[in-house]
Design a protein around this ligand. Sequence first.
Ligand SMILES: NC(=O)c1ccc[n+]([C@@H]2O[C@H](COP(=O)([O-])OP(=O)(O)OC[C@H]3O[C@@H](n4cnc5c(N)ncnc54)[C@H](OP(=O)(O)O)[C@@H]3O)[C@@H](O)[C@H]2O)c1
Length: 342
Amino acid sequence: MTDSIDLAEIPTMTDKFAALLVTETSDNSFEQNVVNKSISDLPANDVLIRVEYSSLNFKDALSATGNRGVTKSFPHTPGIDAAGLVEEDSSGTFKKGDSVIVTGYDLGMNTSGGLAQYIRVPADWVIACPQQLSARESMIYGTAGLTAVLCVNKLLMAGAKPEDGDVAVSGATGGVGTMAIAMLAKLGFKVAAITGKLEANETLTGLGASKVIDRASLDDLAAKPMAKPQWAHAVDTLGGDYLFTLVKSLQYGGSVAACGLASAPNFKANVYPFIIRNVNLLGVDSVELPIEEKRKVWNQLADNFKPDQLGSMAEEITLEQTPQYLNQIINGHALGRYLVKL
Ligand SMILES: NC(=O)c1ccc[n+]([C@@H]2O[C@H](COP(=O)([O-])OP(=O)(O)OC[C@H]3O[C@@H](n4cnc5c(N)ncnc54)[C@H](OP(=O)(O)O)[C@@H]3O)[C@@H](O)[C@H]2O)c1
């Protein structure tokens, strides 16, 4: 794949490593190939990290297919998640061999990302991997797990309790969806998994969902100003009309944590659910979350939010396999988490 780098030595600027590279072709389409890059190709930031694991997220699929809202210029190496070992840190914050995690900020958007054996990033993007978490586990979570815990925290802060009733999770078979189901179930909530893949019923109940609901059953409600109360609370990863359908189907005083747009960014809404049912629509962002907050959330992920089945909650793939899996994600065929071993 690439000339190997002596791991005992700090890599030199000319050393080569393997990376996914997305390039724009002459017909304005985008192709993805594994190539050799040099350390000198990486941006001039503080911390050089040898990536052990990365993961695939919806945003990586957007970047890999040329979405300019995510990545402005190509060629580019995507990968918004990375966990690995520090090689060197010019800021003096980390020492060689420290096990670290980087998620979000500009990683994989316009900064060369984690779908590569090396990244170089600013020190204030880097978190020491909590002791109770391996690099592998941290990337099984990745941004999806971080986002799921942020959604759950938002619901808890709004007063959600297991005795309130069912919590709906949309995009249930996706990365954020599977993580949110497992975490909510671990905290004692009853979870209604909303999915377009009814064949994944067993997987979803295995994660802790107590009901699996056909996403298509929500479609009829899209045009109605209000809907019958069905959920105590919800985690929405889809956006679009699904988001407001969840909002107007909440029980009195319920909350929806909105983190995604897998269906669409826009939705039509009215104020009835807010002023008649006293419901809350709560925004969630994992990308620009201040590093101190991110550190706290990674500690929760290492501790009381950690699902018992975490180790088996991802399919492990190689860098060479990433193009085919990114294609599945962009077409809505993702099933759970994809862990990339570098
Ligand atoms: N706010 C943040 O910080 C943050 C962080 C991470 C992710 N996100 C966003 O959250 C969303 C989910 O991310 P992810 O990584 O979990 O994605 P993912 O693994 O690709 O899962 C998305 C899931 O949504 C459903 N879906 C996909 N396309 C759809 C469509 N066109 N219409 C309806 N349903 C569709 C599918 O689930 P079913 O077949 O089970 O319905 C799919 O498995 C994305 O929009 C992502 O950008 C936001």
